[in-house]
Design a protein around this ligand. Structure first.
Ligand code: F6R
Ligand code: MG
Ligand code: MG
Length: 365
């Protein structure tokens, strides 16, 4: 049976500030999707949150970029925004960059990751969702999951993975894409994805079977709006087991809280802390950035789960390490590399300050 898994997210209001989500907004989204399930548009759904982001996880049979599914997500965000406005939640409707739905939610503010596939005998999937960071945050973990034998032993010893994986990389500034094959092109691949503010891994495919293995959201709000309007807080779907990396291999890269951009005012680097859903409440200096992982087994499109993967005790050390790194980075205050490099600040608060002082800059002799 062919199933489509759509994960669509937006920040439509934070509680308190940009730190978390209000239960009434989640309840409203649940109501909207329950109705769509009853009417047969969705097979199943799960509503969750990561920090101030509302996450809609939906299964159906309409394929990717389906207008009805995207409209359902849009209408759900509009309904949630009404609730957020009544509660005067912070930044109500902040990610909805348009007044009216125009057929495809991509490019309208919300983040989208979707894949269509033939449901396997047993279909294990993990959905990663992050707050206070942006699309390129998945580059390092996706590389380690699908190309690094020191992370994924299956690449070495599982015959159905030995052929490697193909990475679809997007240049988010120039709107171009390229496919690079691992393992033989990993040096070329790393030149690009090692610069995550510009290049983001959009999808990964099995080279043995051609099957889609992973897909991420790569929207850059600032590029859509032409100015800083909040962070993109990305999501990523990964299929696990059998011809794909095992669940443990998929989670393993997050044992290192790697540095990502997006902390405080979208202008700072900080460690990505893996947490249980209930702990995805970035508060210290509006962070540090968080990532949650919810696991499901699919059964004819039904979402059996969620299983909160980072609730596991084995990620305690990663959380401690993240707090240590956060403390170290914070001591740099307004200095790089805690603060983002100048080119990135272009999309934050920098332009107004530069404009104000432009006339006071005089030429050196
Ligand atoms: C970071 C983030 C927050 C806000 C900050 C200022 O991605 O969302 O750190 O940037 O709280 O928010 P405003 O400008 O809405 O007052
Ligand atoms: Mg927010
Ligand atoms: Mg957010």
């Amino acid at each position: 049976m062919k199933v489509t898994l759509s994960v669509i997210k937006a920040d439509i209001g934070g509680y308190v500030g940009h730190s978390a989500s209000h239960p009434d907004v989640l309840a409203c989204a649940d109501e909207c999707l329950a109705k769509a399930k009853k009417e047969g548009l969705l097979i199943d759904y799960h509503v969750t949150k990561c920090g101030d982001d509302l996450e809609l996880i939906m299964t159906h049979q309409k394929g990717v970029e389906d207008e009805k599914i995207h409209k359902l997500a849009w209408d759900t965000f509009i309904a949630g925004t009404e609730v957020a406005k009544k509660l005067k939640l912070y930044g109500a409707g902040q990610d909805l960059l348009s007044d009216a739905f125009s057929g495809n939610i991509k490019g309208m503010g919300p983040g989208v990751a979707e894949m269509e596939f033939e449901e396997r005998k047993s279909e294990a999937i993990i959905i990663f969702m992050a707050d206070k960071t942006s699309a390129g945050a998945w580059n390092l973990p996706l590389y380690r999951i699908f190309a690094d034998p020191f992370n994924t032993i299956g690449l070495v010893i599982a015959p159905n993975m030995h052929a490697g994986f193909a990475f679809e990389v997007h240049d988010v500034k120039e709107h171009k894409k390229i496919i690079l094959n691992a393992p033989e092109e990993i040096y070329d691949l790393l030149i690009f994805i090692g610069a995550p503010s510009r290049y983001a891994v959009k999808a990964v495919y099995s080279r043995a079977t051609g099957d889609i293995a992973a897909v991420s959201s790569t929207q850059r709000l600032s590029h859509i709006a032409g100015r800083y309007v909040g962070k993109d807080d990305p999501v990523c779907i990964v299929r696990c087991q059998s011809q794909f990396p095992a669940v443990g291999e998929v989670l393993e890269p997050f044992s290192l809280p790697h540095l990502v951009e997006g902390w405080m005012r979208g202008s700072h680097h900080g460690p990505l802390m893996p947490v249980a859903v209930q702990d995805a409440t970035p508060s210290r200096f509006d962070g540090p950035p968080r990532v949650v992982a919810v696991g499901f087994q699919l059964a004819e499109g039904r979402l059996v789960g969620p299983c909160d993967m980072f609730a596991d005790k084995s990620f305690d050390a990663a959380r401690e390490k993240a707090n240590e790194i956060a403390e170290y980075m914070r001591r740099h205050g307004p200095f790089e590399p805690h603060r983002l490099p100048l080119e990135e600040m272009e999309y934050t608060t920098m332009p107004q300050v530069a404009e104000k002082l432009a006339a006071r800059f005089i030429n050196l002799d």
